[in-house]
Design a protein around this ligand. Sequence first.
Ligand SMILES: *Cc1c(COP(=O)(O)O)cnc(C)c1O
Length: 304
Amino acid sequence: MSLHLDTPLLRSTSLSQLTGADIWLKMDALQPSGSFKLRGMGLAAQRAKASGARRLVSSSGGNAGLAVAWAGRALELPVTIVVPSRTPEAMRRAIAAEGATVLVHGEVWDDAHEHAQTLEGALIHPFDHPDVWAGHASLIHEVAAAGLRPDVLVVSVGGGGLLVGLMQGVYELGWTDTRVLAVETEGADSFARAVEAGHPVTRPSIDSVALTLGAKRVADEAFAWSQRHPILPVRVTDRAAVDACRSFLDDHRVLVEPACGASLSLVYGRDPRLQGRVLVVVCGGASASLEQLTDWREATSGSR
Ligand SMILES: *Cc1c(COP(=O)(O)O)cnc(C)c1O
């Protein structure tokens, strides 16, 4: 049994009318941990337990850490999450509420990750592991089981774990002509930069409200997929990502993070590449709240 839910797949009347395309939404914001991350983290945690792990460890102060904490509680395994000091208090509380021990180490994710590697237990990587990709691939299999074969796939990219998992699912089904739009905010465009450079590159810093997309370097496997399949990198502004969160809340009454708003902003911007049956992965995000949305809007006002 998987730990994640088979989430609703909705055809959006309003967004289809707006774009002239057939817009389908895979509602992973409705996973119990608030994001698609439970797919990959859940499977990785199950496999770790099956191979004898007595404790789970993770280094993410974001949706991955929350998903590992959720999985650990469901599997009755103790969990330690090492977070950097930048991790917001609300997220630390949410992780602790799942019963996990939260340790603070360093200022940024790299510091926390280094410390997590020294701890006892199975380390669950937030995006760069085959078990994580296999778990994320389930999203595409659910879409296929629901009878939809999309022409276009719209997906947000941080470290690229979701992209890799979805591409695996797409190829397992033989959907090799699917057009893929890989969306990032401008200040977190590690994937676009890698594709343009022709090799994975390390971005000097992350400068975006979409913290969840803030991997300085994408997984090598995400770059490798860009060499195997036409995956078009798309950059959007923070402002567009935040505005899309707000519009989506009005249209579908679900609140998501700017990491997810980035993908939705292609819909609200009526991107001409949205043609035919379009699957938008509504990846979610547990750090979103009404107050946060207001702060994000203020932080991005004045920009476009
Ligand atoms: C983690 C995350 C992403 C990016 O996923 P990667 O596997 O790191 O590319 C996008 N949106 C949300 C809400 C996330 O939690």
